[in-house]
Design a protein. Structure first.
Length: 278
């Protein structure tokens, strides 16, 4: 048993080590750095961003056009030279793609990242793919965000918002349209949505939803508590495998089809249906 435990501990250490290699956290002093930039004027209706390691900050600007400014950081001049910000325009769509240095990440003390600040037209649609690092969106149009790793702060979205997240915390504030979330790991916090909210799946982490003008539906939640309050229409939870459910101030009905944890509800105007075993 001791031998097995030692092997498991060794595997955990190796996974943690590999995850840290190449991480911007190692680049606190940023040994080598240089700027990257791209600029597009005129009518832009959509912006497509493919981001790598680093912080991504996108904000809407009434002035229009797209202006991207970034700081590339790497452990060597060779890696720094491999970091690029590729950009192009096709009609009214602008594409921004981060090309990272790569290199042998099985070696110690190697890192590369590109922190990027982007301004876009306030009504521009966004299509974001992010592999690593935190993402912040503010004052933009309808957005689709696909994120592998890192926290998300998405606020003041005019239109619909779709999020597919593998790891990291999700914070969503003020969306005029519908919100659709699929999350593997990390908490989900949603507040002030004028459309509907649907959580397609949430594997791990708590869910908190508040101030929704439409319906709220949680299709499948594997682990973590669910807290929902101030919903104008219906709240439906199709399946909750683990964790408690606490719902308050619902203008419509509250239905739970399957759940294993405790269910609490207060001030529900419509009908209530919860599993008989709860």
């Amino acid at each position: 048993m001791k031998k097995v435990a030692a092997q498991v501990a060794g595997m955990v250490f190796l996974v943690s080590l590999l995850a840290s290699l190449g991480s911007p956290a190692l680049a606190a002093d940023c040994k080598f750095s240089s700027n990257r930039a791209a600029n597009f004027t005129g009518l832009v209706k959509k912006v497509v961003v493919n981001a790598g390691a680093g912080y991504l900050n996108i904000r809407g600007d009434a002035a229009g056009g797209v202006n991207a400014k970034g700081r590339a950081c790497a452990s060597s001049e060779n890696l720094l030279g491999k970091i690029a910000l590729e950009s192009r325009r096709e009609g009214d769509t602008v594409y921004l793609t981060m090309i990272m240095g790569g290199g042998d990440f099985f070696s110690f003390n190697r890192y590369s990242s590109l922190d990027l600040d982007v301004t876009v037209p306030k009504d521009a649609q966004l299509d974001i793919t992010n592999s690593s690092g935190n993402v912040e969106l503010a004052d933009v149009g309808s957005s689709v965000v696909v994120d592998d790793s890192g926290d998300l702060l998405l606020k003041n979205i005019t239109g619909d918002l779709t999020v597919n997240d593998s790891s990291g915390e999700i914070r969503i504030i003020s969306v005029t349209g519908n919100v659709r979330v699929k999350d593997t790991s990390g908490g989900v916090d949603i507040e002030d949505v004028r459309g509907n909210v649907i959580i397609v799946s949430d594997t791990s982490g708590d869910i908190a939803i508040a101030k929704v003008a439409g319906n709220v539906q949680v299709v499948d939640d594997s682990s973590g508590d669910i807290t929902i309050r101030e919903v104008k229409l219906d709240v439906t939870i199709d399946n909750d495998s683990s964790g408690d459910i606490n719902v308050t101030d619902v203008g419509g009905k509250f239905w739970v089809n399957a759940a294993r944890g405790n269910i609490l509800h207060q001030r529900v105007s419509g009908g209530v249906r919860i599993p008989a075993s709860t």
